[in-house]
Design a protein around this ligand. Structure first.
Ligand code: PLP
Length: 380
């Protein structure tokens, strides 16, 4: 099979297309399938971009990033997590997705592998396959809060494995990994000469608990993050990755060739974003209100939420008491009730037919209406 034939589509896009068609026919659809903030980018960030367009240059920045942004990110790590990260280890990328393209191109060769959790963020396995390597999808459940553990790494690590990925808080489950588990996972990777890759894109969107950065546990961890979620900047395509010194040169060569550099305007706006706290806090508290509403409402409808999600904007719920197959359930819910949620199959194969993901990156009024519609749908 050719490499490209192993790249899976994002299945929820089919559902989204159908939802758009129904909307074009005049139906109101409640969107709880999309993992994109419903808030606009904070106004201070937009102002900074506007000023930059008027007065600043828009030439390429150095491949590894605008040095001012790299410095600002270094200072932000000190302030946010108390860790020292030198600016040259921080590589600015076109979105977190760009960071994944970069590190897997720098790390992987044909025949190597990367350990992932199943369920997990679906693009990961495709980035790995695109670089000729293999994802090893490891079934995870409530016992490890849907995260990898040192024991699982020991069990699944192969002689040619290069890394294990932790998404913290997780997409699709919204759960945080325990500090001790994170430390043990980092050690298990290091002991095998591999890397822990920590996807921290939902940091800042946690409720009641602060997520810890993997660098607090292991200075060799590869940390990926971006502006899309916490700062509501999906369309700006801007993120970053912190790599150990040994990988900087390889990453720089990849950056020079495949991206040249991240978008100059977005890099400039990102410097301002790092200082925006009030708008971020407001979004976070709105998400938390929605989360609490759903955590109360969904179990009453018959959905089981086994581990309470503390972060991101997702709830991963078991539908076994309501349906035999989550895919059919989601399609029927869309057609009959006009509510879009994501079937578990988008996030892996392990017990996926039993699960769905609710996204609460949509207004509370719509969420309430969605719950009411699901109630009526279930009453038949
Ligand atoms: N990582 C996770 C876990 C995500 O959920 C997403 C987007 O949904 C991304 C990475 C990609 O984000 P971006 O490329 O916009 O930075």
């Amino acid at each position: 099979m050719r490499r490209i034939d192993r790249i899976e589509p994002f299945r929820v896009m089919q559902l989204l297309e159908r939802a758009k068609l129904l909307e074009a026919e005049g139906r109101k659809i409640i969107h709880m399938e999309i993992g994109e903030p419903d808030f606009p980018t904070p106004s201070a960030v937009i102002e900074a971009a506007r000023d930059h367009l008027k007065f600043g240059d828009n030439f390429y920045t150095p491949s590894t990033g605008n040095p001012e942004l790299q410095q600002a990110l270094g200072a932000w790590y000190k302030q946010e997590y108390g860790v020292d990260v030198s600016a040259e280890r921080i590589l600015v990328t076109p979105g977190t997705s760009g960071a994944f393209s970069l590190i897997y191109a720098a790390l992987l060769d044909a025949g190597e592998s990367v350990l992932l959790s199943d369920p997990g963020y679906p693009c990961q396995r495709n980035f790995i396959r695109l670089n000729g390597a293999e994802p090893i999808n490891i079934p995870v459940g409530p016992g490890t809060r849907y995260h990898l553990s040192a024991e699982l790494i020991e069990q699944y690590w192969q002689p040619h494995s290069r890394a294990a990925v932790v998404i913290n808080p997780s997409n699709p489950t919204g759960t945080l990994i325990d500090d001790q588990a994170m430390q043990a996972v980092a050690r298990a990777c290091r002991d095998r000469g591999g890397y822990l890759v920590s996807d921290e894109i939902y940091h800042g969107l946690t409720y009641g608990t602060k997520a810890r950065c993997a660098l607090e546990f292991d200075d060799r961890a590869i940390v990926v993050n971006g502006f899309s979620k916490r700062w509501a900047m999906t369309g700006w395509r801007i993120g970053w990755v912190i790599v150990p010194e040994a990988l900087i040169n390889a990453c720089r060569r990849v950056m020079q060739n495949i991206f040249i550099a991240a978008p100059t305007l977005s890099q400039h706006a990102a410097i301002t974003a790092l200082g925006v706290d009030d708008a971020v806090a407001r979004m976070q508290s709105a998400y938390d209100e929605r989360r609490r509403y759903l955590l109360d409402a969904l179990p009453q409808l018959g959905f089981d939420i086994v581990v309470e999600p503390q972060g991101a904007f997702y709830i991963y719920a078991n539908v076994s008491r309501l349906a035999d197959d989550s895919r059919t359930f989601c399609w029927n819910l869309l057609e009959q009730a006009g509510v879009a949620i994501t079937p578990g199959e988008d996030f892996g194969a392990f017990r996926s037919a039993e699960h769905v993901r609710f996204s609460y990156a949509t207004g509370l009024e719509d969420i309430r209406q969605g719950v009411q519609r699901i109630r009526e749908f279930l009453q038949g």
